[in-house]
Write a protein that binds this ligand. Structure first.
Ligand code: GLN
Length: 542
């Protein structure tokens, strides 16, 4: 059992999750069995109830847990898929579990305290994951100095004492601001951050310094001297064009060698050829494709993180540069859309009424103007509603989520279809969550794209397309192309008299990795390319 704990200092949003993932990819390339986990200090049990505008996307794991978007970064860098049940821990979960035990009388009359009861529980969670892997990378959420993260920091301090230097490594990620008036990068905040960390008992073994540019050898030596970090253990991560360059940035500074030395592990010589050629392909991209995402969480950069990455993965493989335009569904107008001239439209997942009419309008535009369209989850539900209204003439067709009294509930609650759903995994207040197996309809466009008959994709929704309307939809041209193997729920639809129009009830973006892009996104971008060329597309990368 070997653990690398990654803490953060100075400021948040330094990319601890991305750094953990990139280090994971490098250590996998060295032949180790690696996993990542995250410890999040907030009191929520999970981010499922938090607004994506505030907290970023909710990432869904295969085993049906709603987790932090950093798990998405880990999965995209690692070859394995992670378990939300064990690889994601929040203070809310820890306190909840300890309080349950206390109520059961498990503590035999003792006073239940942060130390040892909360910290013991945290350690047990970490150790149970660590037992199954060569190296477990553990990211501690928040910034050192926060009150909330103290029990986690105390737990990892104790783990080092328990397992020793050769089993536990501390990495601290900090920031070096560039002060323009002085014309230099400043090391002082980093010195203070390490001082803060030391005051709670942790001396970092490795310092990873984020900065706009690379830091020099001299600066590394100065930082090492002031923070008590050994020569060669201060690593520089400058801003990069693509996050997928990071495994190489770490390799070039020998971070894997520091790990194998401290852990006394034999490692193979890592090859990052695949990562490097991926970044190369991206650099060669000639053409710019404009993809318009119509959503209501467009103000937060992180709200559609996995979707953004999935598009980028497909773009890199096709050597297409993408301009992803996030348009607010509450204010978007068709005039504006036409002026922007997107090569494809995407309506992502979402909840609630706000902005839904704007999305319906854009879907109609994409359908009637033959613009490639992908509707994901809520996006698929709205595509079915739009079709029912405009083609079936069911003018008040709706989802019961948006209008509980609609005369045509073309999308309705799983509960209302419950008799069908007995076997399938139901969690989080009847939310259909996690991986579900679907059977693709032979001969459908979707089956051709996936080139298989059976798929497994991740879900996160409560509402379903109502099967009572299937025949009518089918006769009018909206075809079902995938159904759940166990429940028969409608999981994909497509139009045949349109160049590319697909809706999926699941989130394919959670299954896309940079080295293995998702077939749906690849096919969608190919269609966008064709559409671009049919318009006489001339936009070239600068
Ligand atoms: N609001 C819809 C539902 O609950 C869609 C959810 C989503 O897009 N993730 O079914």
């Amino acid at each position: 059992m070997k653990y690398i704990f990654i803490t953060g200092g100075v400021v948040s949003s330094l990319g601890k999750g991305i750094t953990a993932g990139a280090l994971g990819a490098l250590l996998e390339a060295c032949g180790h069995k690696v996993t990542c986990m995250k410890l999040d200090p907030y009191i929520n049990v999970d981010p499922g109830t938090m607004s994506p505008s505030e907290h970023g996307e909710v990432y869904v794991t295969e085993d049906g847990f709603e987790t932090d978007l950093d798990l998405g970064h880990y999965e995209r860098f690692l070859s394995v898929s992670l378990k939300g049940a064990t690889n994601y821990i929040t203070s809310g979960q820890v306190y909840g579990e300890v309080i349950r035990k206390e109520r059961r009388g498990d503590y035999l009359g003792k006073t239940v305290q942060v130390i040892p009861h909360i910290t013991d529980h945290i350690q047990a969670c970490i150790e149970s994951v660590g037992q199954q892997h060569d190296i477990t990378l553990v990211e501690v959420g928040g910034t050192v100095g926060d009150i909330e993260s103290l029990p986690f920091i105390e737990s990892i301090r104790q783990l080092r004492i328990k397992h020793g230097y050769h089993h536990v490594m501390f990495m601290h990620l900090t920031y070096l601001p560039y002060v323009r008036t002085a014309g230099e990068m400043k090391t002082k905040p980093t010195q203070h951050s390490v001082k803060e960390l030391r005051s709670i008992g942790i001396q970092p073994d490795v310092l990873i310094c984020r900065a706009e540019t690379e830091i020099s050898k001299g600066q590394k030596e100065k930082i090492g001297l002031f923070t008590n970090v050994a020569n060669g253990h201060v690593i520089s991560i400058p801003d990069v064009d693509s996050i997928y360059m990071l495994p190489t940035v770490l390799l070039e500074q020998g971070v894997h060698l520091l790990v194998s030395k401290q852990f006394q592990l034999a490692s193979q010589e890592p090859s990052l050829d695949q990562w490097q050629s991926l970044v190369q392909k991206q650099k060669q991209a000639q053409q710019v494709l404009k993809i318009a995402i119509i959503g209501k969480y467009t103000k937060s950069k992180d709200a559609y993180k996995s979707l953004h990455e999935a598009l980028m993965h497909a773009g890199m493989h096709l050597s297409q540069r993408l301009e992803v335009m996030y348009l607010d569904s509450e204010t978007v107008s068709l005039e504006r859309l036409e002026a922007l001239g997107p090569d494809a439209i995407l309506v992502p997942g979402g909840f609630g009424e706000r902005g839904s009419e704007g999305k319906l309008e854009v879907i109609r535009w994409a359908r009637t103007k033959s613009v490639p369209f992908l509707g994901i989850c809520f996006g698929m539900q709205l595509a079915v509603i739009e079709f029912a209204r405009d083609v079936l003439n069911l003018h008040h067709a709706n989802s019961t989520e948006l209008d509980s009294k609609t005369p045509d509930p073309i999308v309705c609650l799983i509960d209302e279809l419950k008799s069908l759903a007995s076997d399938e995994q139901m969690m989080g207040g009847n939310m259909r969550l996690g991986a579900v197996t679907d059977i693709l309809v032979p001969g459908s466009h979707s089956q051709t794209i996936y080139a298989t008959n059976q798929i497994s994709e991740r879900h996160r929704h409560r509402y379903e397309v109502n099967p009572l309307y299937l025949d009518k939809l089918d006769q009018a041209g909206l075809k079902v192309s995938a159904k759940s193997e166990k429940t028969g729920f409608i999981d994909m639809v497509e139009l045949h008299d349109h160049p590319w129009f697909i809706g999926c009830q699941f989130h394919p973006e959670f299954n896309s990795k940079p080295l293995t892009p998702h077939p749906l996104f690849l096919s969608y971008l190919k269609a966008a390319c064709q559409y671009h060329q049919s318009k006489g597309g001339t936009s070239r990368a600068a």
